[in-house]
Design a protein around this ligand. Structure first.
Ligand SMILES: Nc1ncnc2c1ncn2[C@@H]1O[C@H](COP(=O)(O)OP(=O)(O)OP(=O)(O)O)[C@@H](O)[C@H]1O
Length: 370
């Protein structure tokens, strides 16, 4: 049994991570003096605007969406790099924002890690690699004995496909892919159970991306890891995800098992994203470029934020914000979709009229998500 499993509290029935109505607002106003002189108003940007999802033990939950939709902000909130403006984040049922849990939080922190997009920026250039990997081991008090730490670092380097002797080198002596392997070794060093991966391969060459993704999948199997995986790249997400949440302008518009989402996307935004990727779009449909641009998040459109780009938008979409509604998925599980056109059956009717594939096998009554 791993150290991580031995430490687990008896709340194992709860999802590993539960995020409820998470919000993060940034004050993007001009400085006070400018506001005073120019009469400029205070401006607030809702980067994350009421996001709820769960991540179950051993799965990879991916958050996807165009740049600026709030994916990285969710990642930072989850690992505690910034506080939420509102909402709740619970790890095995324990609310990590509750001051009453502050004592347990130190122990909990060891069980999370994060891998960032840029392996160049996230490694201290003045430290040798063995020191970089050993740092969390010391910081979390997992070992003190020098020989024991050196053995563990050598093991970790081999685990990620590097040589134990690489520990004596500095980060600049490695390629981008090798540096990301070092970041992964460092992330594994304190034996975490849950790793938040923020665009872990998007700074890498395509040929190297697949190697790193395969390594991450192998490590997930070997160590029973759970991933929250952030990416704008649907081809990458398809390779990794168990379930997928699609974000648009700070909100989740669709959450579904990965296979279901790629086979029969429901939300018009999900359909647009899939149609834009060669070989991923629904069968029989030609590749369509993504249309329009994400609106300014400081002044989002009323109603459904996607309505200015949506071919199915009507007056209700322009005035009333859709709630996430759940529906069963063939083969088990549930999907959540926040779309009036889906809820009213207009989307399927219009797609059928146009002779396009709808959400075969997924039609049926939508229920308010509990
Ligand atoms: N510290 C900050 N101060 C002000 N605005 C911020 C801050 N961090 C993020 N934002 C804004 O919040 C919104 C969401 O940003 P975020 O980085 O979470 O999106 P993203 O989907 O991860 O996009 P990307 O892939 O480009 O990073 C964007 O409009 C961004 O400009």
């Amino acid at each position: 049994m791993s150290v991580a499993a031995a430490d687990a509290e008896p709340l194992a029935a709860a999802p590993l991570l539960q995020v409820d109505e998470l919000r993060r607002v940034f004050d993007v106003s001009k400085p006070f003096l400018n506001r005073l002189l120019e009469g400029a108003p205070r401006l607030h940007l809702k980067a994350v605007d009421g996001v709820s999802f769960t991540v179950n033990r051993g799965e990879t939950f991916a958050l996807v969406g165009e740049s600026g939709c709030g994916k990285s902000t969710v990642a930072r909130l989850v690992v505690g790099l910034m506080p939420p403006s509102a909402g709740r984040i619970a790890f095995e049922g324990m609310d990590i924002g509750d001051p009453a849990n502050a004592g347990a939080l130190g122990r909990l922190r060891r069980r999370f890690q994060m891998i960032f997009q840029d392996p160049y920026a996230s490694l201290n250039p003045r430290w040798r690699v063995d020191n970089i990997i050993a740092e969390p081991i010391r910081a979390f008090g997992m070992a003190q004995d020098k020989a024991e730490i050196a053995d563990r670092v050598a093991d970790l380097l081999r685990t990620v496909g590097l040589d134990a002797a690489d520990g004596r080198k500095f980060p600049h002596e490695f390629s981008g892919g090798q540096r990301q392997r070092i970041c992964i070794a460092r992330a594994l060093s304190n034996r975490p159970e849950f790793i938040v991966c923020d665009e872990p391969t998007s700074a890498l060459d395509v040929s190297v991306q697949a190697q790193i993704l395969n390594l991450m999948r192998d490590l997930q199997d070997e160590f029973g890891l759970t991933y929250l995986f952030i990416s704008h790249d649907l081809a990458v997400v398809r390779h990794m995800a168990t379930r997928i949440g699609v974000m648009y302008l700070g909100r989740l518009v669709e959450v579904a098992p990965a296979k279901q989402l790629f086979r029969s996307p429901r939300h018009p935004y999900t359909r647009m994203l899939l149609d834009a990727v060669p070989d991923l779009g629904m069968s029989g449909r030609a590749r369509q470029p993504v249309k329009g641009e994400v609106p300014n998040p400081i002044s989002p459109p009323p109603g459904c934020a996607f309505n200015p780009r949506c071919p199915f938008a009507n007056d209700r979409c322009r005035s009333e914000r859709p709630q996430a509604l759940s529906q069963p998925v063939p083969g088990g599980g549930e999907a959540l979709v926040a779309c009036h056109a889906v809820e009213e059956g207009r989307l399927d009717a219009e797609l059928a009229r146009a002779g396009l594939a709808g959400a075969a096998g997924t039609t049926g009554a939508l229920h308010t998500a509990s």
